[in-house]
Design a protein around this ligand. Structure first.
Ligand code: NAD
Ligand code: UGA
Length: 453
């Protein structure tokens, strides 16, 4: 077996993951391939297609050393014995399971390309997030090859955007699932060997293939469930005079509960939480587990509710109308330190405000290009600017939607001076000093901040 690796899919997962593998495994050639020529050209340029802290440096060190980006998918398949598949698996938007099931057409296309191009036995590694038991379907397609044998391994990725490089460098764990046969165990070992170059062995878990596939869906569902749980309680805080940050802190100090993923906000975004929970719901339904499906569906419903609630609160404060008022949205990315806006709460909140006939000014340090794409159909009612002061000029309200660190150090007195009065500020991330803002003159409000009496 040769040591070369290829990855089909040069997206948020394929690019950073392979760059870190290439850095730690200088004896392996790593090829990242994609059908999207524009994306590959960007990976080969100084302007990488995604923004991720630290990514530029890693790519600069290893690109054209042992990391290569190309559109020649068949050649890459032929040059290696280990093939990672990191293509997109979005929610299916048509036919059976529309709005819930995973759309597996991109994944299946890669399986067929592998069969067509293969010139030796291969290990095929599921890097993308897939419904449990997808490996069986992959094997069925691959088995059509008359000559070569294919082992399918599940190796889901747990990195979070904005901290991808740090997560890849120091993963909590690496999960590798395969069949518990001599051949399957050998394939698991071949993948363990890659990660063992920098990940301590005790953090590399080997399981059966179905456990690995399911763990990825469940890990995302559990994380999203914590966000929805705390957001649901933020509504109760506003009614009762409790403060959600105080509740989360005190609760999170219980070692059994833990402090992470208890920050109330505008709801979770990102390309995966929603799609993976809906996929889990669909899988449960397809096995007849209706109650289980409904339980997880609630996590998504609470997320939608939080965004509606936020806009409802704004309307209430602003005399029940925002028609023709300028509202400045601070942040459009789904979280800080990324330019990604997929499923960003900002998209839904912007559209709900536009439904109320507001005029929007949107600012974001990294995500404006995507924001313009997301709102292209309503572009005449939205002003885009990288300058928060320009966005707030003449505005009735500022809404902080992304937790960019730089928003903490803005000159709020200057922002206030440029706004129409009364000036409102809605801190949907609970990251600003509300008392300080009120002292300036803002009518300032956070999330889950009841009035204590
Ligand atoms: P992405 O859309 O950024 O990238 C996917 C890439 O695959 C695209 O560039 C697309 O052109 C390419 N592609 C599609 N079909 C292809 C084909 N037949 N041949 C070659 N290339 C093809 O998606 P992503 O965010 O990188 O996510 C990929 C997978 O990884 C998903 O299953 C996702 O759930 C999972 N994942 C993503 C993250 C994340 O942080 N984004 C984290 C963990 C897991
Ligand atoms: C998430 C998981 O954290 C990763 O482990 C997983 O690999 C990835 O999904 C995936 O499968 O794509 P990501 O979506 O990049 O990563 O970012 P998170 O940090 O999980 O944040 C998701 C959303 O939840 C963001 O909108 C964030 O602002 C929100 N969030 C998170 C909160 O509102 N409160 C919190 O306490 C934590």
């Amino acid at each position: 077996m040769n040591k070369n690796i290829c990855c089909i899919g040069a997206g948020y997962i394929g690019g950073p993951t392979m760059a870190v593998i290439a850095e730690h495994c200088p004896d392996r050639t790593v090829m990242v391939v994609d059908i999207n020529a524009e994306r590959i050209a960007a990976w080969n340029s100084d302007q990488l297609p995604i923004y991720e802290p630290g990514l530029d440096d890693v790519v600069r060190r290893v690109r054209n050393r042992n990391l290569f980006f190309s559109t020649d998918i068949e050649a890459a398949i032929q040059s290696c014995d280990i093939i990672f598949v990191g293509v997109n698996t979005p929610t299916k938007m048509f036919g059976r399971g529309a709005g819930c099931a995973s759309d597996l057409q991109y994944w299946e296309a890669t399986a067929r390309t592998i069969v067509k191009a293969a010139n030796s036995n291969k290990i095929v590694v599921e890097k993308c997030t897939l419904p449990v038991r997808t490996a069986a379907a992959m094997e069925q397609i691959l088995q059509e090859h008359p000559r070569y044998h294919f082992d399918v391994i599940s190796n889901p990725e747990f990195l979070a955007e904005g901290s991808a490089i740090a997560d890849l460098e120091h993963p909590d764990r690496v999960l590798i699932g395969g069949h518990q046969t001599p051949q399957g165990l050998a394939a698991i070992e071949a993948i363990v060997d890659i990660y063992a170059a920098w990940v301590p062995r005790e953090r590399i878990l080997a399981t059966n293939v179905w456990s690995s596939e399911l763990t990825k869906l469940v890990a995302n569902a559990m994380l999203a469930q914590r966000v929805s749980s705390i957001n649901s309680i933020s509504a109760l805080c506003e009614e009762t005079g409790a403060d959600i940050d105080e509740v989360a802190r005190a609760m999170g100090m219980d070692g059994r509960i833990g402090a992470k993923f208890l920050k109330a906000g505008p709801g979770f975004g990102g390309s995966c939480f929603r799609k993976d929970i809906l996929n889990l719901v669909y899988i449960c339904e397809s096995y007849g587990l209706k109650e289980v499906a409904e339980y997880w569906r609630q996590v998504v419903l609470i997320n939608d509710y939080q965004q509606e609630r936020l806009v409802g609160n704004m309307l209430l404060e602003m005399f029940n109308t925002v028609a023709n008022k300028r509202i400045a949205l601070f942040g459009f990315a789904f979280k800080a330190n990324t330019g990604d806006t997929r499923e960003s709460p900002a998209i839904r909140i912007a559209r709900l405000l536009l439904d109320e006939h507001a005029q929007l000014a949107i600012t974001d340090p990294k995500a404006l290009a995507h924001a313009q794409g997301d709102l292209s159909d309503v572009a005449d009612r939205v002003h885009f600017t990288t300058d928060p002061y320009e966005a707030a000029q003449g505005a009735d309200a500022i809404v902080v939607l992304t937790d960019w660190a730089e928003y903490r150090t803005l000159d709020f007195a200057r922002l206030y001076a440029g706004m129409r009065k009364p000036a409102f500020l809605f801190d949907a991330r609970n990251m600003l000093d509300l008392a300080g803002l009120r002292a300036i003159g803002f009518h300032a409000r956070g999330v889950g901040k009841g009035v204590a009496e």
